[in-house]
Design a protein around this ligand. Structure first.
Ligand code: AMP
Length: 216
């Protein structure tokens, strides 16, 4: 199945993506992750994208579109794909419709994770991560056994630099401005499944599966 997952920062896209790819045996194609890998490996694309990413700006559409078109033609996408972070603007969505047509891999379902702003604030500001092993904690709902220390590897846990109220507001504003029109674009095609992502992980995943189960 060809799926696009969308949702603001803190909506649980990462967790749901992991569960969706395991359930449907499809690759997780995150343009942010792909770009970061290109930057790390200092590829031509990485060198071009780096300055935009560091400035918090969107990487030019031609670069992103070409990168995604190439990736979707790899053999692991035969059963489908889970796109994450792309299309991020209306222009990208319109261009991607042409690409998907060309390679015969149209989006069949859009999973839109929805969480109210207060819950997002709580999730984001309480989130702590282990910089060493990547384990994720929450000060209220999932604290480590020993305060400030990772249960898994014993390292000191930290707050991500962008997990602040100020940054959340910036990311929400960007989401409203650029990404909402993308959801509306797919809405007119009847592809969007609105999911109440304020519930527990298992409950949210059950809703996602129910929605995707209705897709041919
Ligand atoms: P993310 O991890 O999805 O927040 O992406 C990190 C950065 O990669 C963004 O701030 C952009 O600079 C770039 N990026 C990721 N996806 C796209 C996209 N679809 N279009 C343009 N730039 C992107």
């Amino acid at each position: 199945m060809n799926i696009l997952i969308m949702g603001p920062a803190g909506a649980g896209k990462g967790t749901m993506s992991e569960r969706i790819i395991a359930e449907y045996d499809i690759p997780h194609i995150s343009t942010g992750d792909m770009l970061r890998e290109n930057v790390r490996n200092e590829t031509e694309l990485g060198l071009e994208a780096k300055a935009y990413m560091e400035a918090g700006k969107l990487v030019p559409d031609e670069l992103i579109n070409a990168m995604v078109e190439k990736r979707l033609q790899e053999s692991d996408c035969e059963k489908g794909y889970l796109l994450d972070g792309f299309p991020r603007t209306l222009v990208q969505a319109e261009e991607f419709a042409k690409i998907a047509d060309r390679i015969n891999k149209p989006i069949q379902a859009v999973v839109a994770l929805e969480v109210g702003i207060e819950a997002l604030e709580q999730r984001i500001t309480g989130r702590r991560i282990c910089p060493k092993c990547g384990a994720i904690y929450h000060m209220q709902s999932h604290p480590p056994k020993v305060e400030g220390t990772c249960d898994e590897c014993g390292s000191e846990i930290i707050q991500r630099k962008d997990d602040t109220l100020e940054q959340l507001q910036v990311r929400m504003a960007e989401y409203e401005k650029s990404t909402k029109p993308v959801i509306e674009f797919y809405e007119t095609q009847g592809l969007v499944h609105h999911i109440d992502a304020s519930k527990t992980q298992s409950e949210v995943f059950a809703l996602v599966k129910e929605a995707l189960g209705k897709v041919a």
